[in-house]
Ligand binder design. Sequence first.
Ligand SMILES: Nc1ncnc2c1ncn2[C@@H]1O[C@H](COP(=O)(O)OP(=O)(O)O)[C@@H](O)[C@H]1O
Ligand SMILES: [Mg+2]
Length: 361
Amino acid sequence: MIVKSLELKDYRNYDRLHVQFHEGINILYGENAQGKTNLLEAIYFSGTVKSHRGSRDRELIRFNKEEAHIRTITDKGNVSHRIDIHLKLNKSKGAAIDGIPVKRQGDLFGMLNLVFFSPEDLYIIKNGPAHRRRFLDLELCQLDKVYLYHLNSYNKALMQRNNLLKQITHDRSLLSSLSIWDEKLAEHGQIVINTRDSFINSINEVLISIHKKLTGGSEELLLLYEPDSKAEDMLDILTRSRDKDLILKTTTAGPHRDDMSFMSNNIDLRKFGSQGQQRTAALSLKLAEIELVKAAIKENPVLLLDDVLSELDRNRQNLLLNSIGGLQTIITCTGLEEFISHRFEIDKIFHVENGSVTCNN
Ligand SMILES: Nc1ncnc2c1ncn2[C@@H]1O[C@H](COP(=O)(O)OP(=O)(O)O)[C@@H](O)[C@H]1O
Ligand SMILES: [Mg+2]
C-alpha cells in the first residue's frame, strides 16, 4: 500500500499543505523544527488515529486554532481511498473513509499500515519498560483488531479500578465492587498477555536471522517476554494484591507492568549490552517488524523513517537502506549528503521550511 497524497489544515505548524508522494523513496529535508516530524506524525495518525509520540489530540491542532484536518489518499492494490480526520479542541475527533464517518481505530483497520522508525526506537533497550510495552502495543494494535479491543477494555477497566481504590479510602462500603473490576481486568488482561506472548514468538522467528546478518553471524538475538503475571493467574494475583493495592491506591499487578528482555548469546542487553550492541539489536527489531507486518497483511506497509540515518554509522545505514527495497518510504533528514555518498536512489525530494513543503524535482 502507498500514501499518494497528504493534505493538512491547521495541523501543528502547518497552516495548509498539499503534497503528493512517490510510490518509491521520498526524502523530506530541512533544518530542525521546520515540521518534518509533524508531517510523518500526520501520516501515522491517518492510519492509527494516534500520534506515534503519544501526544494528546489537542496538541496537534495549530496554536490558536479550533480544529485541524488531515486528509490522505491511499492506494492499495490499485484501489484508492480517502481518509479524513478532523480534530477539535473541545470535542472528540472524527474520521471518515471515502466520506463515510467512522468512529474508532478499529474502523480504520487495515486502511493504512505503517512502520514508524524514530531515533527514540534506537533506545528501546536502554529506555524503561513503558517504551517496550508501547512498541508491542502500537504494532499489535495495527495488526490485531481483537487485541486492540481487549487492550482498550483492559486500560478502561484499569482506570476504573484505580479510581475505585482511591474512593475506597473515603468510603469503605465500595470495597465490594472491587471484584467486578478484578474480573474485567483478568478477562481482558489474559488476552493481552497471551497475544503479546505469541507476537514475541513470531518476532523471534524472523529476528534471529536478521540479527545474525547484521552482526556477521556473531550474535544470536532472542526476545524474552517478561509478563508481570501469568495469564491464568491474573485473577488470583489481583485478589492477593488487593491489600497492597488499597494502601498504594493503584493496581500493582497486570500486563500494564510487563516487560521484555533482549538476550544476545544469552546475555541481557538491557544490563550488559554496549551501546553499539543495543543499537544493532534495536535496528534488527525494526527490520523484523517490517518483515512481520508484510507477512501479516500480505502487503507492503509504508515505512516512515524519521531522522534515523544520522543516528547510525555508515555500515548500519547501508544495512537499513538495503532492506527497504519495494516499500514506499518517507525519510526525513537535515541534509542530503548521506544519500549522495551512498549513491542511494531517491524518487522525490522535498524541502521543508517553516511549515511549507516544496518539491525539488
Ligand atoms: N500545535 C502546534 N501548533 C503550531 N506549531 C506547533 C504545534 N506543535 C508543534 N509545533 C511546532 O512545530 C515545530 C517542530 O516541528 P517538527 O516537525 O518536530 O520539526 P522537525 O523538522 O525538526 O522534525 C516546532 O517549531 C513547534 O513549535
Ligand atoms: Mg524531527
